[in-house]
Design a protein around this ligand. Structure first.
Ligand code: KMH
Ligand code: ZN
Length: 288
């Protein structure tokens, strides 16, 4: 594998939909997020993707909480690439963007279309979560314009094939910067299933030369990460998307998740991109 094609590992530290009843190691507070960012960085992650929570774990959009998170992550990890969530169900778009316009992070998740978004248990025969994740084009245009004003690079989260295509009109309008990253989210109920064939199909839809990563939900993440590495792509790990290590044990920290990702990439003969290398490759000079 050539040196300029090193694997970029992102780590999604916490998410918003899961709780410590499911995994006791999920970070909630700004202090915990700072410590977990450090564990992820020390293990080899160059990007951390972060949602805010209140101290009891409920999702938060309060600017004060994001400010505390920003300070804690920067205290532990002075130059790691910070990527904040903008995804929320039933939350006004202005609320979902104000931490971006204020804190101007390196990157932000840019959700590329509307969909059903559900978690279903076949043993309980019921949905644990069942919502419409609404991202109409007007809202997408609003989000990408606000990111552009903030100088924040969009990480385009594509949950299905149509979402990759949804980038086209926005690119045509000149709203998407050249260094925007394609994230292929796979395995959300309501989006594309997490299979190797589907990942190959998704990658074929991406314009030549664009950087991409796969975001596999649940334990399928490891198989998809391996396929991504062999195709020259990158991947995301972390407790937002998957609690389990390849051997089936629950991860005890985001550092464990990144460590397993690094081992997987090394096993396939790939090298891991450092923070500086990732900043250079994605055109993300240090700002704050
Ligand atoms: N939980 C991911 C599949 C966002 O944060 O804006 C979706 C996500 C979107 O990461
Ligand atoms: Zn997220």
């Amino acid at each position: 594998m050539s040196k300029n094609n090193k694997v970029i590992i992102s780590c999604a530290l916490t998410g918003a939909a899961t709780t410590r009843q499911q995994c006791p190691h999920i970070p909630y507070t700004p202090e915990e997020l700072g410590e977990e960012a450090k564990r992820a960085q020390d293990a080899g992650a160059s990007i951390v993707h972060i949602h805010a929570r209140e101290n009891d774990g409920t999702p938060s959009w309060r600017l004060e909480v994001f400010e505390q998170i920003h300070a804690e992550v920067r205290r532990h990890c002075p130059d790691i690439i910070i990527n904040y969530s903008t995804g929320g169900v039933g939350i006004a778009k202005e609320e979902r963007i104000k931490h971006i316009t204020t804190l101007k992070p390196d990157m932000a998740a840019f959700n590329m279309g509307s969909m059903n978004y559900a978690i279903y248990s076949s043993s309980a025969k019921k949905f644990y979560f069942n919502a419409v994740f609404a991202n109409p084009f007007d809202d997408m245009q609003f989000f990408v314009e606000k990111m552009s004003e903030a100088g924040t690079t969009p990480e385009m989260e594509c949950f299905d094939t149509g979402h990759i295509r949804n980038a086209e009109p926005l690119i045509d309008m000149g709203l998407v910067p050249d260094n925007a990253v394609y994230s292929l989210v796979m395995g959300v109920l309501g989006g594309i299933p997490a299979t190797t064939e589907n990942l190959i199909h998704q990658v074929q839809q991406i314009p030549q030369g664009k950087h991409w990563q796969v975001i596999g939900i649940s334990r399928k993440q490891w198989q998809l990460a391996a396929v991504a590495v062999t195709m020259g792509g990158s991947f995301r790990v972390g407790l937002e998307d998957n609690f389990y290590l390849p051997n089936g044990e629950m991860a005890k920290s985001n550092g464990d998740c990144v460590e397993a990702g690094v081992a997987l990439a090394h096993m396939l003969g790939a090298e891991i991109s450092s923070i500086q290398e990732t900043r250079q490759r994605l055109g993300l000079p240090f700002r704050n």
